[in-house]
Design a protein around this ligand. Structure first.
Ligand code: F0G
Length: 461
């Protein structure tokens, strides 16, 4: 395109109305939800940036594919379209549909991970960590040091610390490491990409040690786009070629099609190991469904097959990454601290930097997320000590490495003026930062507590 402005590469074909709850309604809704934004009715949210997972708009071609979905229990045409699309993209021999990403994790780990094992990853996503820990194994995060520094401008802050991975391989018995994983992009670490060089180094190390290497591939297309933009030698390669190369370095993957599958639900496991695939399918039948639908409707399989094709379109990826950066630039210009450079799917506000008067055990990210909602009806998600603190038996907690609020941008859903509005709300809240107060947790679950815990605001001293 000859002009500088990168436009949305689509026309809007169908719309959903947004409701505008009043400030009083928002306060009442938040109190009723125990100050947990997951507990809100979505109708009480004006701009919903809770997640980019399953919340995007599907294309007319995806909807058309859904009309043509084959709902046969076994061997449906839609399954074969799904399987062949993914085989062609990933090169994996065995494709196992699941109802979403965590179901893929659950099945893969139930089959491969045992008590006392160690699973390295750049940074485990919350469900990935919980599914490893549910097997009584250790989920070990080994992202490079720059990945913990919100202001570092390293182009691939999602990279694995290869020396630390090697040290783990040296220190832990080979049969206690069932697999190593890399999350692309690194969601819990700010949506930061991983370079091809780093993927190659991890892949080689794993192969030398005989340890299977898996991608958590949720945002593989956004990662491929960052490689094209930032890694020398990839400028002239297509996103599809780059994605293929990424998958070719791995022995398998787990995938949530709710992200770069551009679908509202779905996921899969991709594998080369036939015996492992057989064991996964046996478990799949127990919990998800027959291996040709894996907990999905035939029409979901169609939507995913089409989505995986559209997501690699260069105009789409250019717009996608640019629209996230646009929000980041606006708030940065106003002095709001964020993780830099911005990630592919989300802007991560640095609550620790913005609210130095709120200590980690009073959850600064939660304070900021609650205020963004009260102020402007914007829903983000805390990604700090509520989500990632290490909880000890005596009730104390070791804080998470960073205190963040993630504003995840659903794919193809909001326009530039929606994003302008979000920036205005963020800047307004940041200007009143010293008045924000922390929270205490009054009810929580044994794992993944952030989804359901209830909070109480801490009153002024
Ligand atoms: N891995 C990563 C990196 C993820 O971001 C997610 C989900 C999953 C696995 C699990 O997939 O939701 O389909 O079961 N992330 C969403 C988010 C929920 O908001 O970032 P799922």
């Amino acid at each position: 395109m000859p002009y500088r402005t990168i436009i949305e590469p689509f026309r809007i074909h169908s719309v959903q109305a947004i409701r505008y709850p009043t400030p009083e309604e928002r306060l009442a809704a938040l109190e009723a939800a125990g100050y947990n934004l997951f507990g809100l009715h979505a109708d009480d949210v004006i701009i919903d940036l809770l997640t980019d997972s399953g919340t995007g708009a599907m294309s007319s071609k995806q909807w058309a594919g859904m009309m043509d979905g084959d709902e046969s229990y076994a061997g449906s045409k839609s399954y074969y379209r799904f399987r062949d699309t993914i085989k062609e993209l990933t090169g994996f021999a065995e494709i196992i549909p699941t109802h979403q990403g965590r179901a893929a994790e659950r099945i893969l780990f139930a089959v491969t991970v045992h008590a006392g094992d160690v699973v390295p990853n750049n940074t485990h996503f919350d469900t990935t960590r919980a599914n490893v820990e549910y097997q009584h194994a250790e989920a070990r995060d080994l992202v490079i040091a720059e990945g913990h520094d919100p202001s570092s401008l390293h182009p691939f802050k999602g990279n694995m610390d290869v020396a630390a991975l090697e040290a783990t391989f040296d220190d832990v018995d080979r049969d206690r490491i069932p697999l190593a994983m890399m999350t692309v992009t690194n969601n819990s670490g700010g949506g930061q990409p991983v370079s091809m060089a780093n993927l190659r180094a991890v892949s080689e190390l794993c192969r030398n040690r005989g340890i299977p290497f898996f991608l958590d591939a949720c945002r593989f297309a956004e990662n491929a786009w960052f490689i094209k933009l930032r890694e020398p030698g990839y400028e002239d390669r297509t996103p599809r070629e780059i994605a293929r190369e990424m998958f070719s370095l791995a022995d398998g993957c787990t995938m949530s099609a709710k992200k770069d599958g551009l679908a509202n639900i779905g996921g899969f496991i991709g594998l080369n190991d036939r015996d492992l695939a057989r064991d996964c399918r046996n478990l799949l039948i127990l919990t998800e469904g027959f291996p040709t639908y894996g907990g999905l409707a035939g029409y979901d399989l169609e939507a995913i097959a089409q989505g995986l094709d559209e997501v690699l379109d260069e105009e789409y990826l250019r717009y996608r990454v640019r629209s996230t950066a646009y929000l980041a630039e606006k708030v940065l210009a106003a002095g709001v601290p964020i993780i830099q450079p911005p990630g592919g799917h989300a802007v991560y506000l640095d609550a620790a930097a913005l609210l130095p008067h709120i200590p980690p055990h009073e959850y600064p990210g939660q304070a900021l997320a609650a205020e963004l909602y009260l102020d402007g009806g914007v829903r983000g998600v805390e990604m700090g000590s509520v989500m990632f603190a290490t909880r000890h038996e005596d009730g104390t907690e070791t804080p998470a490495p960073m205190e963040l609020v993630r504003l995840a941008v659903p794919r193809r859903t909001y326009t530039q003026s929606h994003i302008d509005y979000v920036a205005e709300v963020m800047i307004d809240v940041a200007q009143r930062a010293e008045h924000l107060r922390g929270f205490r947790i009054v009810e929580q679950a044994p794992w993944l507590r952030h989804f359901t815990c209830r909070f109480e605001p801490i009153a002024d001293p």
